[in-house]
Ligand binder design. Structure first.
Ligand SMILES: NC(=O)c1ccc[n+]([C@@H]2O[C@H](COP(=O)([O-])OP(=O)(O)OC[C@H]3O[C@@H](n4cnc5c(N)ncnc54)[C@H](OP(=O)(O)O)[C@@H]3O)[C@@H](O)[C@H]2O)c1
Length: 346
């Protein structure tokens, strides 16, 4: 059957867990979904931190790229053309329609991802990111730049992995205003508090989470509430047209909580959890992160949830999303959903 699919040229900046999973699916299910949206995906560039850079305007050999990085080697053997030194040169030179920005989050500044996104949009590329930084630190300016350039900046994967928060509000709640939200968005602190309810003290619960690979070696961003604050900003900026940064969030972590606090909450029929809230009060947006004692039947503390988000709206009352165990497949799916949106709008 003859097809008339348009090529959709993709450049990946970052080729770690998410980028590799995404690329691995292109020959299978993700490829079929993009075909159905009328496009033929072609990866024309991949840039990494320590695994080199490869450009090929005719499309890179993806299974070989995956084999090289999995073996700890660089992508350089796949590169065609003059050598490329860094991410800035990659963004300036790659022949692509979309930049997939998949570098690690720097929760204090959003950089260098913020600058990468800005440069790609300024060059007229659509940008899809799974990195919270650019959304938490500069979404409003990036959206304006994208509009001026006639391209899209999409970021479905930045909160609750692939759960369709941003695409849901954009497409399925027309004319509805988000008045506020509340959520359980940091799985590391949820796990630690859950294990403290089972009798472990804070240090033992944290050590267990680290041993299971759930908490980072340096867990302060989770424990002190920074990760949740960055997510709260990404949500407020996107859903409530705000322009706030993580250091403007009222933030308390769970570091000061002990077994006695957890036990006292349980005795009252409650659970302590790190909760994110946003609301406009007297015209001012108020965003907070902190431990709260919630009744055990509250939707935010339902057991087994990695993430829960309740949107408070004017026309649709409350709309909730519940995520079980999150995973890299869901984040990669968010990239796919954003690419389908771009393909359909072309
Ligand atoms: N994993 C998840 O389930 C998940 C969920 C939601 C959101 N996210 C977000 O998605 C993004 C990617 O996550 P990931 O798990 O794939 O991260 P990762 O495994 O740490 O991979 C990061 C990639 O970025 C590259 N990189 C680092 N600094 C760079 C730079 N300055 N320029 C170019 N490339 C650079 C790294 O290169 P080297 O490999 O050579 O070091 C690596 O390929 C992050 O922002 C993360 O917060 C991830």
């Amino acid at each position: 059957v003859a097809t008339s699919r348009r090529p959709l040229r993709l450049a990946l900046l970052g080729f770690g867990n998410v980028g590799r999973y995404f690329v691995g699916q292109l020959a299978g299910a993700y490829g079929r979904v993009l075909h159905a949206a009328g496009v033929e995906p072609l990866v024309t560039g991949i840039a990494t931190g320590r695994h080199g850079v490869a450009l090929d305007r005719d499309g890179l050999a993806l299974s070989r790229a995956l084999r090289l990085v999995k073996a700890g080697q660089t992508l350089t053997p796949l590169h065609r053309g003059a050598p490329i030194d860094d991410a800035d040169a990659f963004i300036a030179r790659v022949r692509a329609d979309v930049l997939l920005e998949l570098t690690p989050l720097v929760p204090t500044s959003g950089e260098p991802a913020l600058g990468y996104v800005r440069a790609a949009l300024a060059r007229g590329l659509h940008v899809v990111t799974a990195n919270k930084g650019p959304v938490a630190f500069g979404r409003r300016r990036l959206m304006r730049l994208a509009a001026r350039q006639g391209v899209q900046f999409r970021h479905e994967g930045v909160v609750m992995d692939g759960f369709p928060i941003f695409n849901l509000t954009e497409r399925c709640l027309p004319g509805t205003r988000i008045l506020g939200f509340r959520g359980l968005l940091n799985s590391t602190t949820t796990r630690i508090l859950g294990r403290m309810e089972a009798g472990l003290d804070f240090d033992a619960a944290l050590a267990e989470a680290q041993a299971a690979g759930v908490a980072e070696a340096d867990p302060r961003h989770d424990i002190d509430g920074w990760d949740a604050a960055v997510k709260a900003c990404a949500l407020a900026n996107a859903l409530m047209d705000a322009d706030i940064r993580p250091d403007q969030v009222e933030r308390r972590g769970i570091g000061g909580l002990g077994s006695a606090d957890v036990g006292a909450a349980l005795a009252r029929g409650c659970r302590l959890r790190l909760i994110v809230r946003a609301r406009r009060r007297a015209g001012r947006l108020h965003v907070s992160v902190g431990p709260e004692s919630l009744p055990q039947d509250d939707v935010l503390v339902s057991s087994g949830a990695d993430g829960v988000l309740v949107l408070e709206t004017d026309l649709m009352r409350e709309v909730g999303l519940w995520e079980g165990a999150g995973g890299v497949d869901q984040t990669a799916y968010a990239l796919l959903a954003d690419l389908v949106a771009i393909a359909r709008s072309a």
